[in-house]
Design a protein around this ligand. Structure first.
Ligand code: ATP
Ligand code: MG
Length: 433
């Protein structure tokens, strides 16, 4: 049976032209690296599940197939493997040829009498490592950590060595799937790409609803299966979900732990600005692994004599008997050292050059896990967060301050990175350091 007929035999559905092209390449030994990028619910996983059944029961060459995917929380198994099991269920005629030793093994794979092995692994590096396979499938690769994808790739051995990655384009701009998608030929991939719009099992009403209600980015990725251009990608995910309606968190939040309870800490950051950039102070409250933005101010074109007392006043507002706020400030330029100390503020100076990458990785994670709340009145911060990308040179002072405020250094700040400098007045009455 050819693969198109086999698809219909297994699923009762007629494969689309796009799917037929893909199915043929999935079983073609000449196709080595395959990238499948398509909208949601367009049959990516189904095609791969059918191809695996084809390897097992039509081609019957003794090979090992590794499936790597995030387990579905409800069923506790990978969606691609659930699809295979469903085909088994609907076609008992496959069963005698498969060696399925009890349900435990069946949950994580099976073997056929002709020597095809199928292993379904949860996308955890330690689980994936150590398997050797001729064919590797990474399903919904956008949800997999790049290390896991590469560990899966490292499992490949033998002449067949086929690597298949399928996903809806991930939102995270730095994800390896997006990198491959940008220039697939250079990376050695054949690309299969299709949109929900060209399938006949998504109605025009459904598509119109999505067009009206999804953001343009979401429509492009989730429906059309298109990768986003650099300018369209967001570095921080879920920014909109993290915005709170309450304009003033302190007064109006009733269902959350109030500032001043012993479970929370106040963390403050100061990003010094040299004209035309503003000096920005950001105040966040940390509750366990969650953050709330409490206050933000910026000072532009003001002398230190003018704005330092204002900064100190903000900081002292958050002094508590049991704990003073933690204050981080950019260690550069050093001319600002000592000013706050004169106002009885203890400051840790953070070398942004050394720490920026970690700070941003942490902040990205905080947004990814939806662990921050920003009142909607902080319009500038929200705008900068949405526009931010790593090579941006200007207009990210507020984001810098937020990254620093939420920062938890993995290694303690060293002597060179912080210290309490003392300001010394010079002969003409201004400060030098
Ligand atoms: N050729 C087809 N004809 C009709 N319906 C199809 C066809 N291919 C797929 N479908 C439908 O699409 C559904 C989704 O398939 P599948 O789970 O493989 O999509 P997916 O692209 O992996 O989706 P997701 O992005 O959610 O992982 C199937 O359950 C089936 O109902
Ligand atoms: Mg899928």
């Amino acid at each position: 049976m050819n693969i198109t007929d086999f698809f219909t035999y297994c699923t009762g559905l007629t494969a689309t032209l796009d799917q037929i092209h893909l199915l043929n390449s999935l079983i073609d030994s000449k196709s080595k690296y395959i990238l499948i990028c398509a909208g949601r619910q367009t049959g990516k996983t189904l095609c791969c599940a059918v191809a695996i059944m084809y390897f097992c029961f039509e081609l019957k060459r003794p090979i090992k197939i590794l499936l790597v995917a995030v387990d579905d929380q409800k069923s506790g198994e990978a969606p691609i493997y659930s699809k295979i099991k469903e085909i088994f269920k609907n076609h008992p005629e496959f069963r005698p040829e498969a060696i399925i030793e009890g349900d435990v093994l069946y949950k994580r794979g099976f073997e056929t009498k002709s020597g095809v092995y199928v292993y379904a692994k949860n996308a955890i590096e330690s689980k994936v490592r150590g398997t050797s396979a001729d064919v590797v499938f990474c399903d919904e690769a956008g949800l997999l950590k790049p290390e896991v994808i590469m560990s899966a790739y490292d499992c490949l051995s033998g002449e067949t060595a086929k690597f298949i990655v399928l996903s809806t384009p991930p939102k995270l701009s730095t994800h390896i799937f997006n990198k491959w998608l940008e220039n697939p030929e250079k990376e050695g991939f054949e690309v299969y790409h299709w949109s929900e719009e060209t399938t006949n099992w998504h109605s025009s009403t459904e598509l119109a609803f999505k067009l009206n209600n999804y953001s343009s980015q979401r429509y492009k990725t989730e429906v059309q299966g298109l990768g986003l251009l650099k300018a369209e990608r967001t570095y921080f995910l879920n920014v909109d979900d993290c915005v709170e309606e309450t304009a003033t968190v302190l007064e109006e939040s009733t269902n959350v732990v109030q500032v001043g309870t012993d479970r929370s800490h106040i963390w403050i950051s100061i990003d010094w600005g040299i004209s035309p950039c503003p000096t920005v102070i950001g105040v966040v409250e940390k509750l366990g692994s969650r953050f709330r933005v409490l206050e933000y101010q910026e000072y532009l074109m003001e002398l230190p004599e003018e704005f330092i007392p204002k900064l100190a006043a903000i900081i002292h507002k958050y002094d508590r008997i049991e704990e003073k706020p933690r204050v981080y400030a950019d260690s550069k330029p050093i001319k600002f050292r000592g000013w706050l100390e004169h106002q009885r503020v203890t400051v840790d100076y953070v070398d942004m050059l050394q720490h920026k990458e970690f700070m941003y990785a942490q902040l990205q994670d905080i947004f990814k896990t939806n662990h921050i709340r920003i009142p909607d009145s902080f319009k500038n911060l929200i705008l900068e967060l949405k526009k931010y990308h790593p090579h941006k040179r200007t207009g990210d002072d507020w984001v810098d301050a937020l990254a620093m405020a939420c920062y938890q250094p993995q290694t303690p700040l060293g002597k060179h990175q912080y210290g309490r400098a003392v300001a010394i007045p010079n002969a003409i009455g201004s400060w030098s350091y």
